[in-house]
Each structure stands twice: as structure tokens, then as C-alpha cells.
Design a protein around this ligand. Structure first.
Ligand SMILES: *[C@@H]1O[C@H](CO)[C@@H](O)[C@H](O)[C@H]1NC(C)=O
Length: 286
């Protein structure tokens, strides 16, 4: 029974002798400092890379606006965002036409909103349900009508025009126009961002749709696998981007920047022999 305690004492003695040396060793040596600098340098480098560290899109603050409804629903084709067949493209009927200040010349195309009926006990449906809509169209101003009587989408009003069946989830449609509260929310889309190539060999257009996360696109770049370097596209209108750079005959990659400054790169989403009118699926924002 004596030997284990002797061993412990011996160990303690050894530690006492070794300790000054340990402390000396724990001071950073020249190479240790270098390693620390290197680590900090790498970290800083990572912070600069937006796609790794920029957080996911989060809901924005609630704001006040008004909403009306339009007749019909699933027959919504085209519109100012140029989403061809919004129901077929997975947007369903939960789409909205936005007044000019919200639409921002098409920059809002694809943004998602949560909307709830506000301050109309006589019209709001019980339990204050909320609904989620994607911006797919522009509600044009009607300057011949006053802002408070028909000119709902005039500047500077914040207004949503939504399909009647969807509106009626919020309020009695007899109300006609209701005060609402709305906020930006992340878009939940199935699958990847879609790229539909239209135009002709002298003028290329790419419709960018089914964008998750922030949902609204502020920049698109295209790259080929041969001659074409990364090239900034310009917004043509709505969700349609254009370039006169030659895309034909190259396997294309696209980089999409959303309004929260996050980027998503879809590498080689087309074959070299892609055709006008075809749609390709890339990577999405989470
Ligand atoms: C995005 O980046 C631009 C320029 O770098 C900056 O002005 C803008 O505030 C940024 N927006 C967001 C939402 O981070």
C-alpha cells in the first residue's frame, strides 16, 4: 500500500522540477507567434468571404400598408416580373402585385412577405391569420384616382394587391381594402434556382426564378467554360437579366446575388449545346 503514495510523491517532485521548464516552453516562441498570426490572417480572410459567413436571411420588421384583391387567381401569367406561369412555377396563388415604392422597378421581384390583417375588427378574419406571398407583379399607379379612393398603388403608398381567394383568408372580401401589417420573410422554394434562357444569339436574356432566401435578386453574373469570363448581366425587366456577351456554345455557370448580399454560384448548369427556351436548375440559397 506504500508504493502507490510513493509513486505520487515522486510524480509531484518530478512535476516541481519540470515546471519552470514547462512555463518557459509555454511562452510563445518565434514560430508560435507566426502560427498565431497565420491563424488570425486566415480567419480575417474567411470573414471577407460573404458566402461562408453571411447569415441566412431573417424576417424584417413589421410595417404598415394596405391590401386589396383582384379577381381570378391561377390564370396569372407573366406580369411585370416576367414569371411565365406563376402557379406552374411553384408560386401558387400566393402572389402579390406591389405598388411602385415596394416594387422598385422590379428589384422586389421574388421577395417574400408575411401579411396580416390589422385594425379592422369588422373585416379581419378571426385569429388574425397571416399569409405568405411572393412579389410577382407591379400594381401600377393610377394618377387619375385619388390616393384614398382607387389610387391605392400611387406613389408613395405601400400597397399589396393579392388574389381574391388568398385575400379572403385574411379578411372579408366585402371590405375591399384593408389595413395590413407586413414584413419580409425568407422564401422557401423547392429545388434550385431556375435559369430560363431566352432571346437570340445577339441578345441573350435569362429569367432567374424560384430563388430561396431573400428571394429578390440584385445581381447576376454568367461565365462560360471556354472563352467567356465572369460577366455582369444587367436587369432587362422584372426577373429577366440581359447581356450581349456571346453565351452560345458554352457550358454556362451563373452567380446570383440576392438583396441581402449573399451569393449563390451554380456551376456548369447548362451543357454546351443549350437551346433558347430551355430552363436549367442550379443551386439555391438555404
Ligand atoms: C450590400 O453591400 C453594399 C455594398 O457593399 C452595401 O452598400 C449594402 O448596405 C449591403 N446590403 C446589405 C443588406 O448588407
Amino acid at each position: 500500500m506504500a508504493s502507490p503514495s510513493k509513486a505520487i510523491i515522486a510524480t509531484l517532485l518530478l512535476l516541481a522540477i519540470a515546471l519552470p521548464d514547462c512555463q518557459a516552453k509555454s511562452r510563445p516562441s518565434f514560430s508560435g507567434k507566426l502560427a498565431i498570426h497565420h491563424a488570425i490572417g486566415r480567419q480575417a480572410h474567411h470573414i471577407e468571404l460573404p458566402k461562408h459567413h453571411r447569415p441566412k436571411f431573417h424576417p424584417g420588421p413589421w410595417k404598415n400598408a394596405h391590401a386589396t384583391f383582384y379577381e381570378g387567381g391561377s390564370g396569372t401569367f407573366g406580369g411585370a416580373c416576367n414569371y411565365k406561369d406563376v402557379a406552374g412555377q411553384g408560386y401558387g396563388m400566393n402572389t402579390a402585385a406591389l405598388s411602385s415604392v415596394l416594387f422598385q422597378n422590379g428589384q422586389a421581384c421574388g421577395a417574400c412577405f408575411e401579411i396580416k390583417c390589422a385594425n379592422s375588427p369588422q373585416w379581419c378574419k378571426l385569429g388574425q391569420p397571416s399569409l405568405k406571398v411572393t412579389a410577382t407583379d407591379h400594381c401600377p399607379p393610377n394618377p387619375s384616382l385619388p390616393n384614398d379612393n382607387g389610387g391605392w398603388c400611387n406613389v408613395p403608398l405601400e400597397h399589396f394587391d393579392i388574389a381574391k381567394p388568398v385575400f379572403s383568408q385574411l379578411a372579408e372580401y366585402k371590405a375591399g381594402i384593408i389595413p395590413i401589417q407586413y414584413r419580409r420573410i425568407p422564401c422557401e422554394k423547392q429545388g434550385g434556382i431556375r435559369f430560363t434562357i431566352t432571346g437570340n444569339p445577339w441578345f441573350y436574356q435569362v429569367i432567374v426564378w424560384n430563388v430561396g432566401g431573400a428571394g429578390d435578386v440584385i445581381g447576376v453574373q454568367v461565365k462560360g467554360d471556354d472563352k467567356l469570363k465572369w460577366t455582369q448581366m444587367e436587369r432587362d425587366w422584372g426577373s429577366t437579366w440581359k447581356t450581349s456577351a456571346i453565351l452560345v456554345g458554352e457550358s454556362l455557370s451563373f452567380r446570383v446575388r440576392a438583396s441581402d448580399n449573399r451569393s449563390s454560384t451554380s456551376w456548369h448548369v447548362t451543357p454546351k449545346n443549350w437551346q433558347f427556351g430551355q430552363t436549367f436548375e442550379g443551386k439555391n440559397f438555404k
